[in-house]
Design a protein around this ligand. Structure first.
Ligand SMILES: Cc1cc2nc3c(=O)[nH]c(=O)nc-3n(C[C@H](O)[C@H](O)[C@H](O)COP(=O)(O)OP(=O)(O)OC[C@H]3O[C@@H](n4cnc5c(N)ncnc54)[C@H](O)[C@@H]3O)c2cc1C
Length: 407
């Protein structure tokens, strides 16, 4: 890249593919860190770049019109090319291809996020929705307003948040989950099973162990033959990195479809970084490669990317992952990353209005789930970050602040 460097030692032109949280934050972080070259952000969606979490909350309920980022791109001297899909990467030429022609780069940042999985055979069936984009939310808003009878497929984070909003809007809601409990992929049975009660409490029917056989206009047919009436169906069964367009680029991808970045978020191709929902990274903290599909990762990762681009030799990217979810009137927060073998410790009981669960490896906290206990989350996150050793007896006492359980 040396011939493309200015006398400052910085590249002249950074191109960012993807105008979501990670792409926009990359542009912002570049300017914050003193990058003076050209920055172009290319996004497939036509809308002004926006934040996704409100889509399943305020935007869905019509309490907010949109969730555009409060970023002045002109002021930052960042060029936005919206409604333009990036279709390919030719690393040898330092160019990406777009529908509007090739775009040269000195440094490229991949931030194309993730796309939602669909149910096979559901394409083109009227009344079947996903919830990933502003357009999806705009299509769903009148469905909620009309108080339709809805079936939600998948009791994960998105399914739970959508069901919450739909119940609030007065819709009849049935949630169909193939696993035996909500959030089966994310939380152990002991923690997730009590959450099933939240659905019932809100007036939503949760059917677990229920597989969808097919979606037909006006109904959902389950594998056991049951037929559920549905004016509309919302499918929330997970997301995969949006990296299909990189297939012939020669870039290293993982089995999960993520761009396998290193601990500075550099990819296997020279001068190409990857960040946000589309990228996985090796975590020394957790001893495994992580693919994180949460907002905080799309905020933090760009700072590492920008530091690398401006030549700051950043510290390895090894965050304590964090996310929140607002469901059934509860504020649910999770920090860290737990494994099956970690010891689970309750602070409070699942029937309580607020409780937390801490995962310990040895006596060191590695993850924490807090329901309505934001102070536990804040303190636990710091303990996890610091690798502090705690007294398990005190840490299990909800009356003892977590930070006071440190040994
Ligand atoms: C409905 C919803 C609610 C959420 N709520 C929460 C929450 O409460 N808490 C939390 O922690 N996280 C939440 N998340 C997750 C969080 O929003 C994501 O982790 C975050 O948006 C990831 O940012 P990103 O920029 O990596 O990807 P994205 O937000 O997916 O942005 C990627 C962008 O790239 C564009 N793109 C894709 N392919 C191309 C291409 N080939 N060319 C050009 N552009 C392309 C896409 O159109 C998209 O705009 C939620 C997600 C959704 C969908």
């Amino acid at each position: 890249m040396s011939e493309q460097l200015e006398h400052t030692g910085q590249p002249r032109r950074v191109v960012v593919a993807g105008a979501g949280m990670a792409g926009v934050q990359t542009a912002v972080a570049l300017r914050e860190q003193g990058f003076t070259g050209a920055v172009t952000v290319i996004g497939a969606e036509p809308h002004q770049p926006y934040d996704r979490p409100p889509l399943s909350k305020a935007v869905l309920l019509g309490k907010a019109e949109d969730s555009a980022f409060d970023v002045d791109f002109a002021e930052l001297d960042v060029e936005l090319r919206l409604g333009v899909e990036v279709t390919g990467l030719r690393a040898a030429d330092h160019e990406v291809d777009t529908e509007a022609g090739p775009v040269p780069y000195d440094v490229l940042v991949l931030a194309t996020g993730a796309y939602p999985l669909t149910l096979p055979g559901s394409e083109g069936v009227p009344g079947v929705h996903l919830l990933r984009t502003l357009d999806d939310a705009a299509r769903l808003r009148p469905v909620l307003e009309q108080r339709h009878t809805l079936v939600v497929v998948g009791a994960g984070w998105i399914g739970a948040e959508f069901a919450t909003a739909a119940r609030q809007a007065g819709c009849a809601v049935t949630v169909v989950e193939a696993a035996g409990r909500p959030l089966a992929g994310a939380l152990p049975a002991e923690v997730a099973e009590p959450m099933a009660a939240w659905y019932a409490e809100s007036g939503a029917d949760l059917l677990t162990g229920a597989r969808v056989e097919r979606l037909a206009p006006g109904e959902v047919v389950l594998a056991d033959g049951r037929k559920l009436p549905a004016d509309a169906v919302v499918v929330g069964i997970g997301a995969r990195p949006a990296t299909g367009w990189l297939a012939s680029s020669g870039i290293a991808l993982g089995p999960d479809g993520s761009v396998t970045a290193d601990d500075r978020l550099r990819t296997s191709l020279p001068d190409v970084y990857a960040v946000g929902d589309c990228a996985s990274f090796p975590s020394a903290r957790y001893g495994e490669r992580l693919l994180v599909h949460h907002w905080d990762n799309a905020l933090q990762g760009p700072r590492t990317v920008a530091a690398g681009i401006v030549g700051e030799a950043p510290a390895p990217y090894d965050p304590v992952p964090y996310f929140w979810s607002e469901q059934f009137g509860r504020f649910v927060q999770y920090a860290g990353h737990h494994a099956h073998a970690d010891t689970l410790l309750w602070r409070g009981a699942p029937g309580d209005p607020a409780w937390s669960v801490l995962w310990l490896r040895g006596d060191v906290p590695v993850a924490l789930l807090a329901v309505g206990r934001p102070r536990d989350l804040a303190q636990g996150r710091r303990l996890i970050e610091a690798g502090s050793v705690v007294d398990p007896g005190r840490a299990a006492d909800p009356a003892v602040p977590l930070k006071a359980a440190v040994r």
